[in-house]
Design a protein around this ligand. Structure first.
Ligand SMILES: CC(C)(COP(=O)(O)OP(=O)(O)OC[C@H]1O[C@@H](n2cnc3c(N)ncnc32)[C@H](O)[C@@H]1OP(=O)(O)O)[C@@H](O)C(=O)NCCC(=O)NCCS
Length: 221
């Protein structure tokens, strides 16, 4: 039997538990990963439990140990995800960033092109001619239709409908239960609120909410 590959999760919150669950599901199908534990910024948290695992290191962990080490970042905020992956890639070029894909999703990915470091949880449905960049997190139960293009560092929360031909540029956050109608573009760094129905293109760095989705107006206090 091939030996298991060491992997660590950066982050130790609820999302990290979800990623541990994903890794365990992959191992049930085919023993692949040896999950060492979680990495957090603050050394004070070393030893803190995270589900069945615990925090095993802080930012300095990779200085001591990074040959053949696989890393996944379990944080929901796209700009922070980008910052962490970019600094890890620059500082530790030997780190590996695997695509982690829930086993039952795997067969549906035959017509999906993808980069590295993608997290694809249970119940995602993909059809055809889909492009996925790198370091995206697709949480549970999303529909991703024909000709959809997703950039890098995009977080898609559970239960999102992405219609055919939609473009989601890099660093967007799509809230749970949102629907994006066909052939629209969600501009770089935009946020689509939970439950929104997007009927028009969304400008970069804009937050939209509601049905139909409208830019979130901040109250001036
Ligand atoms: C849209 C969103 C990013 C706004 O967050 P925020 O900037 O912190 O905004 P606030 O929570 O301060 O809310 C601002 C106003 O918008 C309203 N609002 C927030 N999110 C909303 C949503 N999804 N739909 C409708 N209205 C919403 C709030 O009720 C508030 O209204 P008020 O000013 O009348 O009280 C956030 O609410 C959201 O939907 N995030 C996605 C969450 C998600 O997917 N969670 C699942 C995790 S797995």
């Amino acid at each position: 039997m091939a030996s298991l590959k060491d992997i660590v999760i950066v982050g130790a919150g609820g999302h990290a538990k979800e990623i541990a669950y994903l890794i365990e599901a992959i191992n049930l199908e085919k023993p692949t990963w040896n999950l060492l534990g979680m990495i957090e910024r603050d050394a004070q948290n070393i030893g803190k439990p995270c589900g069945k695992y615990s925090v095993i290191g802080d930012d300095t962990f990779f200085q001591k140990r990074y040959a053949n080490l696989n890393v996944v970042v379990a944080i929901g905020q796209p700009q922070r995800v980008k910052q962490i992956y970019t600094s890890l890639q620059n500082e530790y070029p030997e780190l590996l960033f695997p695509n982690l894909i829930f086993p039952t999703v795997q067969p549906g990915l035959r017509e999906v092109a993808m980069g590295i470091g993608n997290i694809i949880c249970e119940g995602n449905i993909f059809t055809t001619d889909i492009q996925l960049g790198s370091f995206n997190c697709l949480n549970r139960g999303n529909n991703i239709s024909h000709d959809v293009k997703i950039g890098d560092f995009v977080t898609i929360n559970p239960g999102v409908n992405i219609s055919g031909g939609v473009v989601i540029e890099s660093e967007c956050l799509i809230g749970t239960g949102a629907t994006i109608l066909q052939y629209l573009t969600i501009g770089r760094g935009a946020v689509v609120g939970a439950g929104a129905v997007v009927t028009k293109n969304v400008s970069p760095s804009t937050t939209v909410i509601g049905v139909p989705a409208q830019p979130l107006k901040r109250k001036i206090v």
